[in-house]
Design a protein around this ligand. Structure first.
Ligand code: PMT
Length: 396
């Protein structure tokens, strides 16, 4: 419920991407936002007001002269009640009109009368996006403090390929969540690890663990929302890259170690969420092991580098945060790991609660003692962890 209590006016203008605004209403509502839809006449050619009404649970406004407001001031009342006006899709025509302060329909009038921020997610043909008139309008809107989301590049509804496609509803949701998140890590460079590692036995078999990557990806997303530049070194997982995060895919602990060491100089904070294999196979076979050739093959293990401990030992290294997954004695084992690796903060979790699912329970251990966080979704815990890191690093 990252948008709980946020009042968002979603403006929908005329373009084929208007159909995606329906999904956006659903996503914003699912994340707790109170969404009021206002459509232009053009948008009604693509999607009906009934669709938005059904999804938002509220009557949709389209008409400047709507008599529902007792004072006949729909534009003032609706924009004053909003924490944010988001227009998605924003057509070239709509952007041109609001650039010039025109108030020739309800949505444009609301934009002009607003006292809240405005986000636009443009959607138009690539030629229209590249037209000097649109370029001028975008530059002017940005100079006026309007935030432009996207557009994306790719195949367009008209069959042409280029920039101008509206961001996907999930991407717009991410931008809206980021917009409302306090920038407690503004300007910080966060390097992190997430997911499992995979240690090859032969070309098709290996040793791995049950980490899904969810906890680490949630931390990456929260750090990015908090204003950090995030580099995520990830073991093999089936998760999408959080918007705005640079992901480096790795397989083994040695790969992860190399990727971290290559980026650590350019980082202020290092967070090790990955479940890194402590050992790898010393005698990994070049070819697939055959069952019927000489009995059970011996698997010899050798120790992997401890990435977190190595980063923590760097002179002038980043502020280090570790994770500890334990099956028992959480406090004693997590504290022992914190001391052994010489790091200021470790987040402890029980393996039966931490691995795999959407929820978790974390206890934070630092120099001041322990800070248990209430069981919650990994996204919520990630946000709390980021706030704690910001406090410890003096950024909050
Ligand atoms: O991915 P999910 O399914 O969401 O699950 C999340 C999680 C349970 C994996 C996560 O919350 C978690 O606890 N990660 C740490 C797992 C663990 O037990 O790590 P560890 O005790 O082996 O290592 C302690 C710390 O040292 C960790 O920060 C780890 O990343 C780091 N480490 C460990 C070994 C090694 N060779 N290099 C390391 O950097």
């Amino acid at each position: 419920m990252e948008l709980k209590g946020r009042r968002i006016v979603l403006g929908v203008t005329g373009g084929i991407a208007a159909y995606k605004a329906a999904e956006l209403v659903r996503l914003l509502g699912k994340h707790g936002a109170d969404v009021q839809v206002a459509m232009t006449e053009g948008a009604a050619h693509f999607v009906t007001a009934t669709t938005f009404q059904a999804l938002s649970g509220k009557a949709v406004y389209t008409d400047q002269w709507d008599a529902r407001m007792p004072n006949a001031m729909a534009h003032i009342d609706l924009s004053r009640q909003a924490d944010l006006i988001l227009v998605a899709p924003a057509s070239a025509d709509f952007m041109a009109r609001i650039t010039h302060g025109m108030a020739d329909d309800l949505l444009a009038t609301m934009v002009l009368a607003r006292d809240c921020p405005l986000l636009l997610a443009p959607a138009m043909n690539r030629q229209m996006w590249e037209n000097p008139a649109t370029r001028r309008n975008v530059a002017q809107l940005q100079a006026d403090g309007v935030q432009i989301l996207g557009p994306a590049c790719g195949e367009q509804a008209c069959g042409e390929v280029g920039a101008g496609r509206m961001l996907e509803p999930e991407e717009i949701l991410e931008e809206v969540v980021a917009f409302f998140t306090p920038k407690v890590l503004a300007g910080q460079r966060v390097l992190m690890t997430a997911g499992p590692t995979f240690e090859a036995i032969d070309p098709v078999r290996g040793i791995t663990n049950l980490s899904s990557g969810r906890m680490g990806y949630a931390v990456a997303r929260a750090a990015r929302h908090a204003g950090a530049k995030v580099t995520l070194v990830s073991g093999p997982v089936a998760l999408a890259v959080p918007a705005g995060v640079e992901r480096i895919k790795v397989k083994s602990a040695l790969d992860m170690h190399a990727a971290v060491m290559a980026h650590v100089d350019a980082s202020d904070i290092f967070i090790g969420v990955a479940a890194v294999a402590d050992y790898r196979v010393a005698n990994a076979a070049e070819h697939k092991l055959k069952k019927d050739t000489g009995g059970i093959p011996p698997i010899e293990l050798i120790e992997n580098p401890d990435i977190l401990a190595e980063v923590a030992a760097l002179p002038d290294g980043p502020f280090c945060v570790g994770f500890a997954a334990e099956s028992r004695n959480l406090e004693a084992y997590a504290q022992a790991k914190r001391r052994k690796k010489n790091i200021p903060l470790i987040a402890g979790n029980l393996i039966q609660e931490g691995f795999g699912g959407e929820d978790n329970r974390l206890v934070l251990f630092d120099d001041t003692g322990l800070h248990p966080l209430a069981p919650a979704a990994k996204s919520v815990l990630a946000r709390q962890l980021i706030e704690h890191i910001a406090t410890l690093t003096g950024k909050n």
